[in-house]
Design a protein around this ligand. Structure first.
Ligand code: SAM
Length: 290
C-alpha cells in the first residue's frame, strides 16, 4: 500500500463490530422499509425512456442494501440491462458483497464492476480518465462521514448523474442520538477515521450552498442500548465501542470520559421505556436531483 493511501477502518475487529451493530440496531430493516416505499416511484422517473440503467454504490459495505435496491430495480425494469459499479474501501466487506451476489438469483443478470478503493481514489481515477461513465442512480448510505471533503464529494458524484438521475444520501439525522453524542464529544471522538462529524444538517446546508435540488425524508429508528451500562456485558462493550468508533471503548477512554459519555447516552440521546434505554438512531434520506 502506498504511504499516502487511505486505510479502511472497516477491517478486523471494527468490521465485525459493524456486523454486530447491524444485527442489534435494526438499521437495515428501517432503511429497507423506507426505500421500498419511495424507490418504486423514483425508479419510474429515473428509468422513463431509458434503454439501459447504470447504478453506482459508494461505501456499500457488505452490499445488503444494494442487493435489495438492485433487485427492486431489476423487477421494475425486467427487460432493461442494468450495470452496478461499487466503490468500497474494505476488502472483507467487498468479499461479503460478492458472496451475497453469487447466492442472490435476482442479481444474476446485473453486470457488476468492483472498485476496491476509497471514494477519493475513484474520483482521482475518473478525473484522470477522459471518458466518464455516468449513472442513473448513485447512493451513499451511512458513509459520507468518512470522505475527506463533503462539498467536493457531493459535487463530484452529482456531476456523474445522467438526466433524471438521483443521488441518494442516507445519513444520521441532525439532533439524533448520534449527532448529540458525536458533536458533544467531537474533540475526543473525531480523532480516528472520522475527522469531522457530519449529520443531515451539514449535508443539507452543503446542498443549499451548492444550489442543488433535493427532498429529505426521515427514517425513524431506535434500539436498545441498556447493556452498554453494564460494565460486565460483552454485548454492551461491543455496541458502545462501535458507537464511539473504537475497537475497545473501555481500553480507549479514561474512566471519567466513559462515565460522562454513558451519562449523555442515557439522558440526552435516548428515551427510557420499561426500564430499558432506547437510543435515538433516526436517519435522514436525502434525494438529490440531477
Ligand atoms: C457504516 S458502513 C455502511 C455500509 C453500507 N452502506 C451499509 O449501510 O450497510 C461505511 C462504509 O463506508 C466504507 N468507507 C469508508 N470510507 C470510505 C471512503 N472514503 N470511500 C468509500 N467507502 C468508504 C466502509 O468501508 C464501510 O463499508
Amino acid at each position: 500500500m502506498a504511504a499516502d493511501e487511505k486505510h479502511s477502518c472497516y477491517e478486523g475487529v471494527y468490521a465485525s463490530s459493524f456486523e454486530f451493530y447491524l444485527e442489534k440496531s435494526g438499521e437495515h430493516k428501517a432503511m429497507l422499509q423506507h426505500v421500498q416505499k419511495i424507490l418504486p416511484g423514483e425508479y419510474q422517473r429515473i428509468g422513463a425512456g431509458k434503454s439501459s440503467l447504470d447504478v453506482l454504490g459508494v461505501g456499500s459495505g457488505g452490499g445488503e442494501m444494494d442487493a435489495h435496491m438492485l433487485s427492486l430495480l431489476q423487477s421494475s425494469f425486467p427487460a432493461i440491462p442494468i450495470t452496478a459499479d461499487i466503490v468500497e474501501g474494505s476488502s472483507p466487506l467487498i468479499d461479503k458483497f460478492k458472496a451475497l451476489v453469487a447466492k442472490t438469483s435476482s442479481l444474476q443478470k446485473i453486470q457488476f464492476t468492483w472498485h476496491i478503493m476509497h471514494s477519493e481514489e475513484y474520483e482521482k481515477q475518473v478525473k484522470a480518465k477522459g471518458d466518464v461513465k455516468k449513472f442513473d442512480f448513485i447512493h451513499m448510505i451511512q458513509m459520507i462521514y468518512y470522505v475527506d471533503n463533503l462539498a467536493e464529494t457531493i459535487k463530484f458524484y452529482h456531476s456523474l448523474l445522467k438526466s433524471n438521475g438521483r443521488l441518494m444520501i442516507i445519513i444520521e439525522a441532525g439532533n439524533s442520538g448520534w449527532d448529540i453524542l458525536w458533536k458533544t464529544y467531537n474533540k475526543d471522538l473525531c480523532t480516528c477515521e472520522v475527522k469531522e462529524y457530519r449529520a443531515s444538517t451539514e449535508v443539507l446546508s452543503c446542498l443549499k450552498s451548492l444550489g442543488l435540488k433535493y427532498e429529505e425524508h426521515s427514517i425513524p429508528n431506535s434500539f436498545d442500548i441498556t447493556e452498554c451500562f453494564d460494565p460486565n456485558s460483552v454485548t454492551g462493550e461491543r455496541l458502545v465501542s462501535f458507537m464511539t468508533g473504537r475497537d475497545h471503548f473501555h481500553e480507549f477512554f479514561t474512566p471519567e470520559l466513559r462515565a460522562s459519555m454513558l451519562e449523555l447516552l442515557r439522558t440526552k440521546c435516548s428515551t427510557l421505556k420499561d426500564g430499558k434505554v432506547f437510543f435515538d438512531s433516526t436517519l435522514s434520506c436525502i434525494m438529490v436531483h440531477a
